[in-house]
Design a protein around this ligand. Structure first.
Ligand SMILES: Cc1cc2nc3c(=O)[nH]c(=O)nc-3n(C[C@H](O)[C@H](O)[C@H](O)COP(=O)(O)OP(=O)(O)OC[C@H]3O[C@@H](n4cnc5c(N)ncnc54)[C@H](O)[C@@H]3O)c2cc1C
Ligand code: FES
Length: 263
C-alpha cells in the first residue's frame, strides 16, 4: 500500500562519479515493495523544488529495515539530495508504480540495463534468486568508472556481461550491440524472459532486437514526473494501440512490445 512517510537517512555515500547510494530507514516498505517500483522523494525541506523526484528501489535490506536508492546527481533536486547526511529526515511517498511481473513459467531472466538504468536490477535479482531463477545481466555504461553496483549484481545463478562505450571494460559498444552479439545464446527462446531498464533511446533500440528474440520483454521507463500518482498526466507515453498510459501509475514497467517510441 502506498504511503507518505518521513524516513531517516541511515547511510549515504558516493559510489562512482556523481553517483550516490542512499539508504533510508523505511521498515514499512521492505515487505510492501516489489522490484521495479519506485519512491517519490522531497529532495529538500520547504517548497523549492516543489515537485518530488522519482527513484527506483535499488535494493531492500530486511535485517536493517531499510531501502536503498542509487542515483546520479544531474540537476537541482539530486544536488540537494546529495547533501543529505546520516540522521537527516526525508519525506517519501511510496512504493509507487507496477513492479516487474515475475510470475509464470520462465527459468532464466535476461536483463538489459543501460547506465543508471541498472538502479532497480539488484532488487530484481534478489527477487529472482528467492524464486530459484537464473539471470543473465547485460549492463552497458559509458566507461568502467560508472560500474557502481557490480558487487550488488554478483550472486548465485547470475552471469554478468559488461559493455562500455569507451572500451575500458568488457565489450566495446552499447548494451544493445552486446545483446545482438549474444543473441544466439538465447536463440531457443523458451524458458527466457527479458527485463530492460534504461534511457528511452536504449529501449527504442532494444525493441526490434527483443521482438526477434522470441521471448517476452518487460521494460521499466523513466519520464519526468510531477504528482507520481496518475493525476496530472504529466508522464504519459504512447502505446502502439494509440492509447496513452501514465508511467507513474500504469508503469513504470510495461510490455516492451506495446510501447510506441515515435520520433
Ligand atoms: C520511475 C523512475 C525511476 C527513476 N529512478 C532513478 C534512479 O533509480 N536513479 C536515478 O539516478 N534516476 C532515476 N530516475 C530519474 C530521476 O528521477 C531524475 O534524474 C531526477 O528526477 C532528476 O532530478 P533533478 O532535480 O536533479 O534534475 P532536474 O533539475 O529536474 O533536471 C536536470 C536534467 O535532467 C533531465 N531529467 C530530469 N528527470 C529526468 C528523467 N526522469 N528522465 C530523463 N531526463 C530527466 C532534465 O530534462 C534536465 O535536463 C527515475 C525516474 C523515474 C521516472
Ligand atoms: S506524474 Fe502525474 S500522472 Fe504521472
Amino acid at each position: 500500500m502506498t504511503a507518505s512517510m518521513t524516513c531517516k537517512v541511515a547511510a549515504h555515500g558516493q559510489a562512482g562519479p556523481g553517483i550516490f547510494i542512499l539508504e533510508l530507514k523505511a521498515a514499512a516498505l521492505v515487505s510492501a515493495a516489489g522490484p521495479g517500483q519506485f519512491v517519490h522523494l522531497k529532495t529538500a525541506d520547504g517548497i523549492d523544488p516543489l515537485w518530488r523526484r522519482p527513484f527506483s528501489i535499488h535494493r531492500v535490506n530486511r535485517r536493517r529495515g531499510t531501502i536503498l536508492l542509487s542515483y546520479r546527481r544531474i540537476g537541482r533536486g539530486t544536488s540537494l539530495l546529495a547533501r543529505r547526511t546520516a540522521g537527516d529526515t526525508i519525506d517519501l511517498l511510496g512504493p509507487l508504480g507496477r513492479p516487474f511481473d515475475l510470475e509464470g513459467g520462465f527459468t532464466t531472466a535476461v536483463i538489459a540495463a543501460g547506465g543508471l538504468g541498472a538502479a532497480p536490477v539488484p532488487f530484481l535479482l534478489d527477487a529472482l534468486r528467492r524464486k530459484g531463477r537464473k539471470a543473465v545481466v547485460l549492463w552497458g555504461v559509458r566507461s568502467k568508472t560508472e560500474l557502481y553496483c557490480l558487487d550488488a549484481l554478483r550472486g548465485r545463478y547470475t552471469s554478468i556481461h559488461i559493455a562500455t562505450e569507451d572500451g575500458t571494460e568488457g565489450f566495446r559498444g552499447r548494451v544493445t550491440d552486446l545483446f545482438g552479439r549474444l543473441a544466439s545464446e538465447f536463440a531457443s527462446g523458451s524458458g527466457f524472459r527479458g527485463f530492460a531498464c534504461g534511457p528511452m533511446p536504449m529501449l527504442k533500440a532494444l525493441q526490434p532486437l527483443a521482438a526477434a528474440s522470441g521471448f517476452p520483454w518487460q521494460a521499466s521507463l523513466e519520464e519526468r514526473m510531477a504528482c507520481g500518482v496518475g493525476v496530472c498526466q504529466g508522464c504519459v507515453v504512447r502505446m502502439k494501440n494509440r492509447q496513452y498510459r501514465t508511467v507513474c501509475a500504469d508503469g513504470p514497467v510495461f510490455d516492451l512490445a506495446e510501447l510506441d517510441f515515435h520520433d
